[in-house]
Unconditional design. Structure first.
Length: 205
């Protein structure tokens, strides 16, 4: 299992890449994905944008580059991901990891939740030019459960970005959904994002 590390400015970039703005030990290595790989979100299943359709890239094997803020350092090399974007300042990402067992996946999901719970403090500790705040939006009753978090970052150079993250599990498979755009907590589409998360977890198998 490979672990990458990035500077904080790069990880903040991953939160709002389309907007132009622009991390943890890992559990024991998981096995390679099975042939019946989990399904990924379709563009229309993302929180609706008021002025643009969503577009999607292909499902791609491996870690994304750059790694996503908050959860990137924990991602194993067998991660699969898909990128989504609109014509404006909103972007999203789904990352899925198939583990060797349900226990592995349970431990991995717990690690991701720990990383997200401490993300704002870590961002500010690593970069004094960043002010970060976060919220926990609760647990969703889907399969083995999913948790939703919000992270707002503001920089000394004037950027302000809001990101929503969720970690969900179905058996031995863990999926992470990330949504981001320019703005603050008042711009976060929490209800829509929760619905997207439920869909993402239900689609794993």
């Amino acid at each position: 299992m490979q672990i990458r590390t990035r500077g904080i400015r790069t990880t903040v970039a991953a939160l709002a890449a389309v907007a132009g703005v622009a991390a943890a030990a890992v559990p024991a290595a998981a096995t390679a994905p099975a042939s019946d790989t989990p399904r990924f979100l379709e563009p229309a299943e993302l929180p609706p944008h008021p002025s643009s359709p969503w577009y999607a890239g292909p499902v791609t094997a491996g870690q994304p580059d750059p790694l996503p803020m908050c959860v990137g350092d924990a991602l194993p090399s067998i991660t699969s991901h898909r990128e989504y974007w609109t014509e404006f300042d909103t972007n999203a990402q789904q990352l899925t990891v198939e583990g060797r067992s349900a226990q592995w996946a349970k431990d991995f999901a717990a690690l991701l939740r720990k990383d997200l719970a401490g993300c704002a403090k870590k961002l500010m500790r690593q970069d004094p030019d960043i002010t970060a705040t976060q919220k926990y939006y609760g647990r969703l009753n889907v399969e083995e459960g999913a948790d939703v978090y919000g992270i707002h970052t503001a920089s000394a150079w004037g950027s302000s970005d809001i990101g929503l993250f969720s970690v969900g599990r179905d058996g031995a498979t863990v999926t992470i959904v990330r949504w981001g755009q320019m703005g603050t907590f008042q711009h976060a589409q929490v209800a829509d994002f929760k619905a997207t998360t439920v869909t993402a977890v239900n689609k794993l198998y």
